[in-house]
Each structure stands twice: as structure tokens, then as C-alpha cells.
Design a protein around this ligand. Structure first.
Ligand code: MGD
Ligand code: MGD
Ligand code: SF4
Ligand code: MO
Length: 721
């Protein structure tokens, strides 16, 4: 039997033909009819079979029988597991209030929106995800504020008009294929030889092939973007007719960037003024130009304004909703009801962070979720009220939330933790209750990116069962039914059918067909009768919504709170600027370190250091290096590059499933041991500093242990690498 499905080993959703024999998945092929991937799949997808049948997979529910973190578990039934969950939720609801339960999940997983729905169904406004403030939500919010919808990069949807210029900002899309964009579409666009501008402190492969590489100091993107705008206005390179007809606030923006000369930006960003001018001119004069922005913009507290500044560029150049530019996508499926309205106004106002980070958490937020540091603070201080329980569905917070020591100590204080997972992780080891989660091959869903305003929907079909694993949606519905809730009890098929109504198909029919694809339409603002979905109907350089929520309505730059300029007293001890998190092709965040076919490609975490710096410190390629910040220190293996001598980049998400639990090497190489969860945060969104921090580096001593020499001796797994 062959099923059409959509891979979910990353955010991508490439089309896959799943071959099943005797109840087992035996082969995966790319589906040549898939509108987004056209038959291509990557090694992560091919690793899915190893992943789902891995000997270490969790196959049944378990409850903890020893102390928290002692690694002692007892197998239980699903019936008992659900009874425990219902009892905990009801007890906490009646004793302290539903808001004392925080529901957590991971980035962009297939069940993402259902988790939010579940949190609201049980009455808590506090759902969280280690992404949100640190990932994509700032770009979504600022796009919606500025354009009324999410800006999508048109990597050649029509098949005949590709971007003539690609401005790639804080993103590495050929590797990460982020946020619902297929890396294969990016690669097709690159094959048409556009002019390429890359803004990245690291000399990535894309940076190497770029026409202009701007090796920016981490955390200073808004300053660079303001200088781009300055050049475009100063040199009359902007699209005057488009700006006059379709934007508001141009004069105020012009005033805002008056002093933001390339020379001003050079001092801040460490990129030469000449290069800034060259790049701004190239982007402004090569049409169509597509701006594509990434996750790095959300790894420092200027997140909101970083995205606001860069969001101005397509509007200034008129590259809006044109083929090969930045488009406002289609919405082929309906929205899933998040049940936000089932929360009372009082409950909404209790969302942790609501009165402070109003763009992320407030009642008027465009994407309301809770603020992680405020949740952890509530666990520790019981203010404004205690948080007693974490219900986690696909979240490895000890790897993905900043400052692991602090996160670990805080989680140890919780009354109750449940974790739904594929494998035991360092985070899962802190749980009271473990639920076995279904991989994409064992779950029914639709693959679309409603938040990404995409123009397709694919079926993700359940092809087999593995052990007693369930998809989270089924657990949410089961709990809601057992609790006799007034909302959240509909079956998954009912919900999927409802979302699919605009396509005229049911979920079962979509499974037969595989996908629905709607051709992109362009220049919609010219004919739709309302222009853009903002208050003014125009693209807002001055954001009326930011003003309403009490924030600077024009883009601005502020220095990261821990940097060589803002913390001069730290520079002698921590002379280097640290960036974390550039993605690796064969992993997805903290996942797949235990999948041999993938791990073989990247056996060890890499710290990237400039050649001359390494020479000065006696570090040669492949040496293990200590990286230390005020929060802690870790070891990674040296890779030498041409980046700025003062900048250091570490890989993130590293733990060692082959090492003994319950820690599995959590403290060895995990980037978040180094990062900072302390304030100040982005005033609008609450973003903390995962990057642009101060660190020191030095070679690991001959007699010190490293993950590599530990493992070579003791582990079957790595001996075979
Ligand atoms: N230092 C640093 N920290 C970062 C980042 C960085 O670049 N640097 N990046 C940030 C970003 S952008 C993000 S989005 C977050 C990501 O943070 P997370 O989304 O928490 O990512 P992971 O840490 O990989 O945790 C996901 C866990 O869920 C499990 N899982 C995955 N899919 C499913 C599923 O379908 N069902 C179930 N039950 N479990 C599943 C996986 O096995 C894994 O253990 O991290 C952030 N943290
Ligand atoms: N294969 C794979 N794919 C993934 C993931 C994965 O782990 N592996 N993770 C998924 C997730 S959660 C996300 S959010 C996306 C992320 O995908 P992208 O948004 O493309 O992010 P990265 O691939 O990390 O690339 C970010 C680039 O920004 C650079 N950078 C670092 N600091 C700065 C800075 O301050 N300014 C600028 N301008 N650049 C900087 C880094 O060196 C890096 O090359 O990928 C998703 N897809
Ligand atoms: S790019 Fe992502 S969605 Fe596509 S095949 Fe690879 S892991 Fe799967
Ligand atoms: Mo992310």
C-alpha cells in the first residue's frame, strides 16, 4: 500500500509517498506531484523510518516511581495516564485556578494549533513554546502590523518569474528551509543566478556565493536596516509612485533615518559603510527583489524593531505582491478555532506577561501566548500567582529555553510535569508522567502553514501504529471529554473537515488527492477594494497598531543589553561576541542526535572561530574548546572560518542520547547553558538574548574529558560512527 503524506521532520512539509507492508513503513519516496517539493526529500525525511522504529522509542505511558529526575519509571495504561491528567488538572483548577497550569509545546509541530486550543479549553491562557518570542512570531506580528498579512518570499511560485535579487537577512534557508518554506524552492530560486546579498556574521555557503556579504555584528540588524533605508531615500532609489500610492508615514520614516548614515551604522554593525551602500543600491535597483528574513532577528531584545525596520524594505522598493518579490500569500484553508473566546476577559488578562509584553501576551496581541521568563518567575516567586504544573507536548525546554541552569532549577520546583515525547530527553526525565507521542507517519493532520499565508494544503496521513503511541490531538480530545468540558470535545476528523471547507474537500478526500494547490495571485491590493488589511488600508511605515499598544511606531535600534558596548566592564573577562543556533541540515533543533544515519553527518557540535583568533589561542581545527559566559561553560569542537575575529558562533540543541540518563550529557555542549534569560527583554514581545552575548573561549586541556573521548571508549553508538 502506498499513502500520500507530508513529511514533518522539519517545518517544511515536503510531499512523500509512504510504502507500507504488513503494518510497517518500509520505504519513503519523494512525491513528484507535490506542489512544494516536486519529488525531492532530504536526509531527515529518509531518517524517519529509523526514527519511528528506534529501539529507544517510548512505546507506552509511564509514571515516575522514584524522586524527580531519578530516572525510575513504571509502565501504565493510557486509561490510568488520562485519569492522572484529569485529576491533576481538576485539582489545580479548583485549588489555585486553571491559570496555574502552563501548557507547553515545541516549534511548528503538526499539533501546534491544537495545543493552544487544549490550553484554552481547560481554562488556562498560559500556553508557551520556546519559539514564539524567539522565533517567527515577531516577524509575523510586524508583517501584519505593516502589511496586514504575512510577507512571504516568492521563490518563483509561478515557475517563470524568480527573484532577480535575493536579500537574505539573518537566515540560512538552503539548510533550514524555515517556517513552512521549502528548502527545495529556495534552491530552485538560487539556481536561476539572482544577485545575492547575505547579512550574516558567519561565512555560510550562501555568504560565500553572495555578490555582497555583510558580516554583521550580532544583534545590530536594525541599525543596518535603518542605514539601508537612509541610502535608498538619500539617493532617491526608492519607488516613489508605489510609496505615494500605497504607504503611510513616509515623511516620518525619512525623518527617523536622517542620522542613520552608513558611517553611523558602520560603527555599530562592524560592516563597512561602502559595503552597506553597495548592498542597499543593489537591492533597490535590481527588480524584482525578494527580501527573506530569518530567526536571527529574534535572538535579541530588539526583536520587534529589527523586524519592523527590515519590513520597510519591500515597501520602499515596491517589491510587494509582485512575481519574484515579497507576496501576501493565499489562505487556502480556514483557521482552526483556538477557543480564545472560551476564556473570560479576566482569564485573558491573567496571561503571564499580558500587561508588559503586550504585543505577545496582551489581550490585543495578534498571536497571544505567555512569556516564558514570566512563567518561570511565577514558579519561583508565586507572583502574580503560582504556576504549579507544566503539561508539555513536544518540548525539550532544557535544550531550547535560555539559561539551562535556571530553567532546570525552576522546573524541579513544579508540583507536576507531564511530557509527551518520542524518546526520553533531559526534559522528559524531569516529568511525573510520560506519554508516548506519534511521529508524523502515525498521525492524521493537514500540512499547511496558515500563519504563513501559504497557497497549498497537503494531507499528512496516519499510515501505521507504533506501540501505544498517540497523536497529541487525540489526547486533548480525550481529556476534554473525560472532564465534560463545554468546548474542545469534537473529533479530530470533524475539526480537519471544518478547516478544509474552503477547499470543498473532506479530510478523507484530501488524503486520496494528496494536496490542494491554489495558484498565487499578485497585486491583490490594486483590485480587492480595500488595499492592505491595516487600519489605513495602506502599508504602514508608522504603525497605528504599535501606537495603540503604546510602542514606538517607527523602527529603531537599541544596543543588545549584554554586548561589548553596553557591558564594558565584562569585556576583559569575556572579550568575544557570541551567537548561537545556526542550523545544521541533518538535525531539527534538539532532535535526531540519536539517529545514526543523521548523526554520522554531524557527529559533534561545532564552535566557529576566526582563523587568526584561533591561531592566537593555539586552537586548531577539530580541537575541543571551552566556551564560557557569565551563566556557565560548555565544550564544542573548533571549526575555523573567515568571520570577524571577535565573533564566535556555537551550535545549539546538543545533548548526547548515547550518554547515561537522566542527564544524557545535558551540561556538556548545550548552547543554552551560556545564554541569558534575565531582563531586559524586548519591550513589545519579551524576547531575551540568545545571541550577541559576551563570552570567552579557550582550548580544552589535554587531561580534560570531552564528549568525544568519553564516547569513543564507552559507547557502542559512536564507535560505529
Ligand atoms: N540558544 C538557542 N536557543 C534556541 C534557539 C537558538 O537558535 N539558540 N532557537 C530557538 C527556536 S527558533 C526555537 S523554535 C526553539 C525550539 O525549541 P523546541 O521546539 O522545544 O525544540 P526542541 O528542543 O527540539 O524540542 C522539541 C521536542 O519535542 C519532541 N517532538 C517533536 N515533534 C513531536 C511530536 O510531534 N510529538 C511529540 N509528542 N513530541 C515531539 C522532540 O523529540 C523534541 O524533544 O528553540 C529556541 N532556542
Ligand atoms: N535542518 C534544520 N532545519 C531547521 C531547523 C533545524 O534545527 N535544522 N530549525 C527550524 C527552526 S525552529 C527555525 S526557527 C528555522 C531557522 O531558520 P533560519 O531562520 O534560516 O535560521 P538559521 O538557519 O539558524 O540561520 C540564521 C543565520 O543567521 C546568522 N546570524 C546569527 N546571529 C545573527 C545576527 O545577529 N544577525 C544576522 N543578520 N544574522 C545572524 C547565523 O549565523 C545563521 O547563519 O529553521 C527551522 N528549520
Ligand atoms: S526539508 Fe523538511 S519536510 Fe522536506 S523532506 Fe526534509 S525534513 Fe522533510
Ligand atoms: Mo524556531
Amino acid at each position: 500500500m502506498i499513502y500520500k503524506s507530508a513529511c514533518r521532520m522539519c517545518h517544511g512539509g515536503c510531499g512523500v509517498l509512504v510504502h507500507v507492508e504488513n503494518g510497517k513503513v518500509v520505504k519513503l519516496d519523494g512525491d513528484s506531484q507535490s506542489p512544494i517539493s516536486r519529488g525531492k526529500i532530504c536526509p531527515k525525511c529518509l531518517g524517519s523510518i529509523e526514527h519511528m522504529y528506534h529501539p529507544k522509542r517510548i512505546l507506552h505511558p509511564m509514571k515516575r516511581i522514584g524522586d524527580r529526575g531519578s530516572g525510575k519509571w513504571e509502565k501504565i495504561s493510557w486509561d490510568e495516564a488520562c485519569a492522572i491528567l484529569v485529576d491533576k488538572i481538576q485539582t489545580l483548577q479548583s485549588k489555585y485556578g486553571a491559570e496555574t497550569i502552563a501548557v507547553g509545546q515545541g516549534t511548528g509541530r503538526y499539533h501546534f494549533q491544537h495545543t493552544i486550543r487544549f490550553a484554552h479549553a481547560i481554562g488556562t491562557p498560559n500556553w508557551f513554546e520556546p519559539g514564539t518570542a524567539q522565533c517567527f512570531i515577531p516577524r509575523i506580528i510586524t508583517s501584519v502590523l505593516t502589511y496586514g498579512d504575512l510577507l512571504v518570499t516568492d521563490y518563483g511560485y509561478t515557475g517563470n518569474q524568480y527573484p532577480a535579487c535575493l536579500l537574505v537577512w539573518g537566515k540560512n534557508p538552503g539548510i533550514s528551509g524555515p517556517d513552512g518554506e521549502s528548502q527545495f524552492r529556495v534552491k530552485s530560486a538560487l539556481r536561476t543566478s539572482p544577485k545575492i546579498i547575505v547579512v550574516d556574521p558567519r561565512e555560510t555557503d550562501l555568504a560565500k556565493s553572495a555578490d555582497v556579504w555583510l558580516p554583521i555584528r550580532p544583534g545590530t540588524d536594525a541599525a543596518l536596516a535603518l542605514a539601508f533605508i537612509h541610502v535608498m531615500i538619500d539617493e532617491n532609489l526608492y519607488d516613489k509612485p508605489f510609496v505615494e500610492t500605497w504607504t503611510t508615514g513616509f515623511e516620518a520614516l525619512k525623518e527617523r533615518v536622517r542620522e542613520a548614515t552608513p558611517e553611523w551604522a558602520q560603527e555599530i554593525t562592524w560592516v563597512s559603510a561602502d559595503k552597506i551602500r553597495d548592498a542597499a543600491r543593489l537591492y533597490a535597483t535590481t527588480k524584482p527583489g525578494a527580501m527573506t528574513w530569518g530567526n536571527a532577528l529574534e535572538h535579541n531584545p530588539n526583536a520587534f524593531q529589527n523586524s519592523r525596520a527590515i519590513a520597510c524594505l519591500p515597501a520602499l522598493t515596491g517589491n510587494v505582491d509582485v512575481p519574484g518579490g515579497n507576496i501576501l500569500g493565499e489562505h487556502v484553508v480556514g483557521e482552526l478555532d483556538w477557543l480564545l473566546d472560551s476564556l473570560s476577559d479576566d482569564a485573558k488578562s491573567k496571561r503571564l506577561g499580558a500587561d508588559t509584553y503586550r504585543m505577545l501576551c496582551g489581550p490585543l496581541s495578534l498571536f497571544p501566548s505567555a512569556h516564558i521568563p514570566t512563567i518561570l518567575e511565577a514558579v519561583n516567586t508565586e507572583k502574580p500567582y503560582p504556576v504549579k504544573a507544566f503539561l508539555l507536548f513536544g518540548n525539550n525546554g532544557l535544550l531550547s529555553i535560555a539559561d539551562t541552569h535556571y530553567t532546570y532549577e525552576t522546573m524541579m520546583k513544579l508540583d507536576f510535569i507531564s511530557v509527551m515525547e518520542f524518546y526520553m530527553t533531559p526534559t522528559a526525565e524531569l516529568a511525573d508522567l510520560i506519554l508516548p507521542g506519534a511521529t508524523w507517519l502515525e498521525a492524521n493532520e493537514i500540512m499547511t502553514a496558515p500563519l504563513v499565508a501559504n497557497n497549498y494544503v497537503l494531507a499528512q496521513q496516519k499510515t501505521v501504529d507504533v506501540g501505544e503511541c498517540k497523536q497529541p490531538e487525540d489526547v486533548y480530545i480525550e481529556i476534554a471529554r473525560r472532564m465534560n468540558l463545554s468546548v474542545g470535545t469534537e473529533s479530530l476528523k470533524t475539526l480537519l473537515d471544518k478547516q478544509l471547507e474552503p477547499t470543498g474537500l473532506t479530510f478523507d478526500q484530501l488524503c486520496e488527492k494528496g494536496y490542494v494547490y491554489k495558484p498565487v495571485s499578485y497585486r491583490k491590493h490594486e483590485t480587492n477594494g480595500y488595499g492592505f488589511l491595516t487600519a489605513s488600508g495602506k502599508i504602514e511605515f508608522v504603525s497605528s497598531y504599535a501606537e495603540t499598544l503604546g510602542y514606538d511606531s517607527l523602527p529603531s535600534f537599541s544596543e543588545p543589553p549584554e554586548s561589548p558596548y553596553s557591558k564594558t566592564d565584562l569585556v576583559s573577562e569575556y572579550p568575544y561576541v557570541l551567537s548561537t543556533g545556526g542550523r545544521m541540515q541533518h538535525f531539527f533543533n534538539s532532535e535526531f542526535r540519536g539517529i545514526q544515519s543523521l548523526r554520522k553527518k554531524h557527529p559533534w557540535p561545532l564552535v566557529e572561530i576566526n582563523y587568526s583568533t584561533a591561531e592566537k589561542l593555539g586552537i586548531t581545527p577539530g580541537d575541543w574548546v571551552w566556551i564560557e559566559t557569565k551563566r556557565g561553560k560548555i565544550k564544542q569542537k573548533a571549526k575555523l572560518t573567515n568571520q570577524h575575529p571577535q565573533i564566535v558562533h556555537v551550535s545549539y540543541g546538543w545533548w548526547y542520547p548515547e550518554m547515561p540518563g537522566p542527564d544524557y550529557g545535558l551540561w556538556e555542549s548545550n548552547a543554552n547553558v551560556l545564554t541569558n534569560q534575565a531582563p531586559p527583554y524586548c519591550p513589545a514581545i519579551g524576547t531575551y538574548q540568545l545571541s550577541a552575548l559576551l563570552c570567552n573561549i579557550y582550548k580544552v586541556g589535554e587531561d580534560e574529558k570531552t564528549p568525544e573521548n568519553l564516547m569513543k571508549k564507552d559507547s557502542g553508538l559512536l564507535c560505529t560512527l
